[in-house]
Design a protein. Structure first.
Length: 716
């Protein structure tokens, strides 16, 4: 069991989301600096991150974000204009906050503070006096928020005089259920100054049957004498403002003695000093009872989920959790269908006891319908709009174009297209590589574009759409395109094509996906055209996807990626070879044919189909399936990457939905198999890796043709 405080883990996840929202907002402000709502959203995100950092022990995050928040507040109030330099600096601050959030426990604190101070020094130019109010450049100086002789309270000293604040907290009765605690809030206020508290309102007796030890009762009136700002006090309540009432009023400038605070508090709430003393005694008893009740509740939670760490200062570093936000409507549908499933199970039991075959058949039909719907809803829980990662690519193109000295307009279309979260996560790296190639080698510098009659600003389009049960992702640019004569020359130098061969455009573009192939004269730090494209293709095919490259010289290049909606379930056809069962993915299936076997069967042969010769592979020979070769075979015709290949099998059982099970690590070396599935009778079927089988057939055919006529085809 994890020993991480759940509330800290929640803060980490919410901060990651807030940082993503902050980045999207900053990038949108670059194109629309007058969007005041977006400025407010960026400020609120930074304010929430800062307040949560202070509450949950991320002290360096709280210290660092103070000046960034101040700068955003000045932008919000109109004191500062939005400039590209300021946005770049704030984006760098966002990256640094993420580093602080995910830094391991053993990371040197001094190094993190040094990195923070470098950025804070840059932000100082945007502060009122040109100095960072929160930066501490010297490493032996006390951290911001720490108590010192000059400032005995745990907040940064303010430039103005200290003051007295009247705080009224009317907590929600369910505050403890959200991970908050009034005792913790009072303790945190106590670190900011001298505090006087009066709790009033009904409080059930501990032995009262209506007393709920996990509920919060009454209203808290507090006077806080502090050198801290009102903003620092509000940060204490940042996570309870949504469901609890909090009011804060500055009622006095200067310091007061404790007895003066008592008298002032009595005046504010209409009570005399004697009543206050009695109320404070009741408060102490109540707090003690509440603490005892909380301890009991925590022990109950620990008994169920393991120990938690309640002290943020000693917090362990949280690990990234694979969380997913799910639409409430989808969850409601899932719960409703689970209820239907329970009813069907009850009907099935009754039918089985009565041995009523007709009733069993009726339940079977209803169960099939419900299972299909349940499958779709369950898979829908994992579906996310691909636009959730588009902002990362916006940032990538922005930063890389600046480093390359190019002007780029990045356009994202179809961000609402939904895709399995696993597919989205595993597609990030291939998409990043393709975008870098387009930026570095696809788009020309502004001067070259102007000389060629193009606008100085290039354009990269990333689009996504649903098509025939798949998701199609296209990355296109209006750059210089790919010179096929250069590709041909490089392919000849590497021995990929024969000197006298006449390859097609598609075959030449396929060379770009060969390992180590590059058309770039020099490989830059950003990318090299072709270098790493084999990894891109391999990663996409591992997701059961395909990738195609098109280009027109002088007009640009276009990469088209087709991916399945989910990796969990596929539609396919179940085929048998001897006693072995295989699944052919329906997405690759194009038809069936028969053939009679009169001669010795080879592993790869050809078959006439619609007037053309189609290569076919005998799965019996390829997988060394034991048993006698039948004289009559069915041929499953498949297509991938524009090539048609047939698979010879003994029988075609029929269509089947396959729940994919990944191969164990000890079987990862197996070729031509992408996974397994369990059949209805408990047996196992192997899922054929059609693209890999097509490449195998192509290789065998090219080798055979090369032996008879070296000029006819590519050399593998």
């Amino acid at each position: 069991m994890s020993d991480i405080d759940p509330s800290i883990g929640l803060y980490v996840e919410e901060t990651r989301e807030l940082l993503g929202e902050l980045e999207r907002g900053l990038l949108e402000l670059e194109s629309n600096p007058g969007d005041t709502e977006r400025v407010d959203a960026c400020f609120r995100a930074m304010h929430t991150i800062k307040g949560g950092g202070a509450m949950f022990g991320f002290d360096e995050i709280s210290r660092f974000t103070h000046d960034v928040e101040t700068v955003l507040d000045r932008v919000r109030s109109g004191e500062l204009p939005i400039t590209r330099e300021l946005l770049s600096l704030t984006l760098a601050a966002k990256d640094h906050i993420l580093v602080l959030l995910e830094a391991p426990r053993d990371t040197a604190v001094d190094e993190l503070r040094q990195a923070s101070d470098v950025l804070l020094a840059a932000f100082a130019a945007y502060l009122p006096n040109g100095t960072a109010g929160h930066a501490q450049p010297a490493l032996d100086q006390p951290a911001a928020g720490a108590a010192t002789d000059d400032n005995p309270y745990a907040c940064p000293a303010q430039s103005g005089p200290p003051g007295i604040y009247w705080v009224r907290l009317r907590p929600s009765a369910t505050m403890l259920h959200t991970g908050n605690d009034p005792v913790r809030l009072l303790a945190e206020l106590d670190t900011l100054g001298m505090v006087r508290v009066l709790r009033h309102g009904p409080l059930p007796a501990l032995d009262d049957s209506d007393y709920d030890p996990e509920a919060v009762y009454g209203v808290f009136d507090l006077l806080v004498c502090t050198p801290c700002s009102a903003e620092s006090l509000r940060d204490v309540f940042i996570f309870v403002e949504g469901d609890s009432e909090v009011s804060l009023t500055r009622i006095h400038t200067g310091l007061l003695r404790g007895s003066d605070l008592d008298e002032l508090l009595a005046t504010l709430v209409g009570q005399d000093e004697a009543t206050i003393d009695a109320a404070q005694q009741r408060l102490e008893a109540h707090v003690a009872a509440k603490v005892a009740a909380i301890d009991v509740a925590k022990k109950k939670v620990q008994a169920r989920t393991g120990p938690t760490e309640g002290e943020p200062a000693a917090r362990p570093q949280p690990t990234a959790a694979a969380t997913l936000r799910v639409d409430a409507g989808r969850l409601d549908s899932l719960v409703s269908m689970v209820g239907e499933l329970v009813i069907l199970q009850s009907r099935l039991r009754q039918a089985a006891k009565a041995k009523d075959i007709d009733a069993v058949a009726e339940v079977d039909e209803d169960l099939e319908r419900l299972t299909d719907t349940l499958r779709d809803v369950a898979l829908g829980l994992r579906m996310l709009p691909i636009g959730s990662v588009f902002s990362q690519f916006t940032r990538l193109t922005r930063d890389l174009s600046a480093s390359l000295g190019k002007e780029v307009e990045f356009v994202a279309v179809g961000g609402e297209t939904e895709l399995d979260k696993t597919v989205i996560d595993r597609m990030k790296d291939p998409l990043v590589h393709l975008l870098r190639n387009s930026l570095d080698h696809g788009l020309e510098p502004p001067q070259e574009r102007l000389a060629n009659g193009k606008p100085a600003c290039g354009r990269i389009t990333l689009s996504a759409m649903h098509s025939a049960g798949n998701v199609v992702i296209v990355i296109a640019d209006d750059g210089r395109g790919i010179d096929l004569s250069v590709v041909r020359r490089k392919a000849m130098e590497r021995g990929l094509i024969a000197p006298d061969a006449e390859p097609t455009e598609k075959e030449l573009f396929d060379c770009i996906f060969k390992p180590g192939f590059s058309t770039a004269a020099t490989v830059s730090d950003v990318s090299g055209r072709g270098v790493g494209m084999d990894v891109v293709k391999r990663n996409i095919e591992a997701l059961r996807g395909t990738v195609e490259l098109e280009s027109v010289l002088g007009q640009g290049a276009r990469v088209t990626i087709r991916l399945p909606l989910t990796l969990a379930i596929i539609d396919g056809f179940n085929v048998m070879v001897g006693g072995d069962s295989y699944i052919v993915p329906l997405a690759n299936l194009r038809g069936f044919q028969e053939r009679f076997v009169n001669e010795v069967v080879r592993t790869v042969e050809t078959l006439e189909r619609m007037g053309e010769l189609v290569p076919v592979v005998s799965l019996r020979r390829l997988f060394a399936v034991p048993g006698q070769q039948p004289v009559y075979e069915r041929v499953v015709i498949t297509e991938t990457e524009g090539e048609t290949v047939g698979f010879c099998v003994d029988r075609v059982i029929g269509r089947q939905q396959a729940v994919i099970k990944s191969l164990d690590d000890c079987y990862r070396h197996l070729k031509w198999i992408s996974g397994t599935t369990i059949n209805g009778d408990g047996s196992i079927s192997l899922i054929l890796d059609v693209p890999q089988l097509v490449r195998f057939v192509r290789s065998r055919e090219e080798t055979r043709l090369q032996a008879t006529d070296p000029s006819r085809t590519l050399v593998q």
